[in-house]
Write a protein that binds this ligand. Sequence first.
Ligand SMILES: [Zn+2]
Length: 519
Amino acid sequence: MLLWNAVLALAALGGPAGPAQPPKLVVVITIDQLRPDYLERYRAQLIGGLGLLLRDGAVFTNAFQDHAVTETAPGHATILSGRWPAHTGIIRNSAGVQDSSAPLLGVAGPGASPMRFRGTAFFDWLQAAEPAARALSVSRKDRAAILPLGRARQQVYWYREGVFTTSRYYVDSLPGWVRAFNDLRLPFRAAGTTWPLLLAPTSYAEPDSEPYEHGGSDFMFPHNLPRDSMRAAVALMETPVMDSVTLAFALAGVRALGLGARGHTDLLAVSLSTTDAVGHQYGPDSREMHDQVLRVDRYLSWFFGQLRVRYGSDGVLLVLTADHGVTPFPEWSRSHGHPGVGRVGVDSVVAAVNAALRTTKDSVFIDNGMVLTTSRDRMSEAGVNVDSILADLAARLRRVSGVARVQRAVDVIGHDAAADPVTRRWSHQVAPDGGVELVVTLLPFWLWDTGDVIAEHGQPSDLDTRVPLMFWGRQISRGTYAEQVSAVDIAPTLAHLLNLTPAEPVDGHVLLHMVASAN
Ligand SMILES: [Zn+2]
């Protein structure tokens, strides 16, 4: 650790750089639900990989997933495509990577593929310039592994009930290195283990005893995994260890595939999911979140050290970001300056409108603030006055507590207005052909009711859209950059650094000011 820091410090001091060498490996790390304010809050205790990026990287302090439905699938589709959800076709989790024609290998579970993803992504541009380039993408979640690579049939793996798997969209059988890693049975061997605090309890300012956390049970440290190995392999998904297993699997893949060892640039994408699980169950202001972020920091220190051993201090170009932020539990917010906030349920309002329809084949439904119709054309053919139905629904929704505004999709499309972030984020979200009719925005700190007492994201609020964005590598000038940037800027910036041309128009911009002048 000390040696690694010393080498990085020397590299950052610079001196004239030699002829531009492309990186051997581009590494894109997404930390699911990581809010950038955590990095400030815990800064003094971040002595590992996050601390290293904060100190020696280019740190953007006003970065956003600048679209409205801040869910995992839309966010991950944005990061390496350079395009908004309105243009990637991935506008919600529930119409994300699900694909029954692409079953999993070696384990039961929902099939998955990028069939809904439109257009190209960064890896396609890389491969167009270097046909031998390869990519590995790894996550606990299918959507977080699949979408960063767009439609590319590369090495893409996610976690399912104790093992890493993929789907038949990619391959027909699991490669030997994946089977060998699964044979280690690390998740099953976690049975009966404990998640304790990393540091002494006095190092944590947050109260540990909040009875609304984790469904009202097991909300204090230490957290114990079940003694049954199968149950432990599932429960592991809500503990920090899942992220360390994911990083270990990624490194096993890097070694087995020989990424970055063939004289051209390869791509590694890793999405770490436990911050999201902890955020939902315990909230952004919990002691559990504090400990989770510290542990990710330490895991990344190990991981970056391993990459340095393999590629040297000049061989890696690294990006770290998140797919969205999170809004606290209303139970927390009500006692922290936001009295009266709650969860918004509109099922009965939507059901009343559907009951009045003159067709049973089609319906109106709402998903994270987007009101969609199953088929506007069929509803019209059946004699339904769709516009009238929607106007009625909009009027009813506006009367619901917690609803800030209801807008027609046609009134936000094309309105990329900087002065109004909510409308702007919706304009980045919905496409003319996406089936979205109305968009509903909640008041700050309110949540959609999912039926669970959890913290949630998915709104066009700053809480949910603000993300960390950090770059590190010899091509990058370290520093803190305060201008407003977006996750769609990542792909065009990486393309610029590698002298690649995006294969289609992108929504993002090259973050030129942090590119080292010698490059
Ligand atoms: Zn997510």
